[in-house]
Write a protein that binds this ligand. Structure first.
Ligand code: NAD
Ligand code: UDP
Length: 314
């Protein structure tokens, strides 16, 4: 069984990945500075002998006692409002943080896996997005801090692989949703579900014709687990290819909540990608992976968690 460090482990994805690793018999060291994460996400894991938490900002020198077999680098603000409010921290964690974590992987002889993103494709000019597409990113726009940090992180990862021989993996994660998303992180699902549950108007940006493809969190974690255990060095898209317009997505969420709230339209944020859908040919071929959970089922499970938290005063 392996010892796995997860940076950003107290975040939405990091906490689900921690649970997956523990359930497969691995030991988890979770590192986070709570800048966008929440101690509540890992409260149920504290006290287990196979789970350790270290509060630390990964842009500073990292010390972890003992061996590490795998390092999953997930630390980074991830929602558009988070990286708009934390532009410097976002750039630092993608650059300085990735450098520090790669240095740790080299020192420990660990396999390093980078959480990259479909945002490296920017506002894509090819559709669906394949891994060999280099993207259409505005470096000086508001989203540039996140997109360019992740693009730099990918380049740094490949440099550590090519120059230092570190075993590396890069997952390009497409929009993922599920329980524990922060209610106020501004992403489409928490915004729509939170608004519908509170009886507020649901705010669709632009005319809602932009598309996304939403993947349930357990599917994503399984794909990442398989990539971690594979030998694949080049980037792999992980996401659910079922594409939907944001307007239709908002309507589906409102219907699922059973609310009578209205959908209202607000200005489209700058550089908001018009389309997004993963081409998962490589994930299918290399990892034997594809999403199993349909939107109906995933939304129902997420709704249960949102109802409980909102009823509890969140
Ligand atoms: P999240 O905000 O819930 O989790 C990120 C975690 O990283 C938080 O707990 C935060 O406190 C921590 N963190 C940030 N900067 C840090 C630092 N300097 N030192 C230590 N910890 C730090 O977001 P998430 O949705 O779970 O995203 C996790 C990762 O996955 C991110 O790298 C993100 O870019 C990537 N990703 C997520 C999605 C998605 O749909 N959720 C899509 C593409 C990529
Ligand atoms: N969106 C919206 N209303 C909201 C939040 C988001 O219409 O209250 C739109 C946003 O403009 C984008 C899509 O939903 O087109 C997905 O946004 P999200 O922030 O979830 O992720 P992105 O894919 O843009 O990073």
């Amino acid at each position: 069984m392996a010892r796995v460090l997860i940076t950003g482990g107290a975040g939405f994805l990091g906490s689900h990945l921690s649970e997956l690793m523990l359930s497969r018999g691995h030991e988890v060291v979770c590192m986070d500075n709570f800048i966008t994460g929440d101690p509540a996400n890992i409260a149920h894991l504290l006290g287990r002998p196979d789970f350790t938490f270290i509060k630390h900002d990964v842009t500073n020198f990292i010390y972890v006692a003992g061996p590490l077999d795998f390092i999953l680098h997930f630390a980074s603000p991830a929602s558009p409002i988070d990286y708009l409010q934390l532009p410097i921290q976002t750039l630092k964690v993608g650059s300085l943080g990735t450098h520090k974590v790669l240095g740790l992987a080299k020192a420990k002889g660990a396999v390093f896996l980078l959480a990259s993103t479909s945002e490296v494709y920017g506002d894509p000019l090819i559709h669906p997005q394949r891994e060999d597409y280099w993207g259409n990113v505005n470096p000086v726009g508001p989203r540039g801090v996140y997109d360019e940090a992740k693009r730099f992180a990918e380049a740094m990862t490949m440099a550590y692989h090519r120059f230092h021989g570190v075993q590396t993996r890069i997952v390009r994660i497409f929009n993922t949703y599920g329980p524990r998303m922060r209610l106020n992180d501004g992403r489409a699902l928490p915004a729509f579900m939170g608004q519908a549950l509170r009886g507020e108007d649901v705010t669709v940006f632009g005319d809602g014709s932009q598309t996304r493809s939403f993947c349930y969190v357990s599917d994503l974690c399984e794909g990442i687990y398989r990539l971690m255990l594979s030998n694949e060095v080049m980037p792999v898209n992980i996401g659910n290819p079922t594409e939907i317009t944001i307007r239709e997505f908002a309507e589906r969420v409102v219907k699922m909540v059973g609310s009578s709230v209205k959908v209202v339209f607000r200005p489209l944020p700058e550089d908001d990608p018009k389309v997004r859908q993963p081409d998962i040919t490589r994930a299918r071929a290399i990892l034997g992976w594809e999403a199993q959970v349909c939107l109906e089922e995933g939304l129902a499970w997420t709704l249960e968690d949102f109802r409980r938290r909102i009823a509890g005063g969140a």
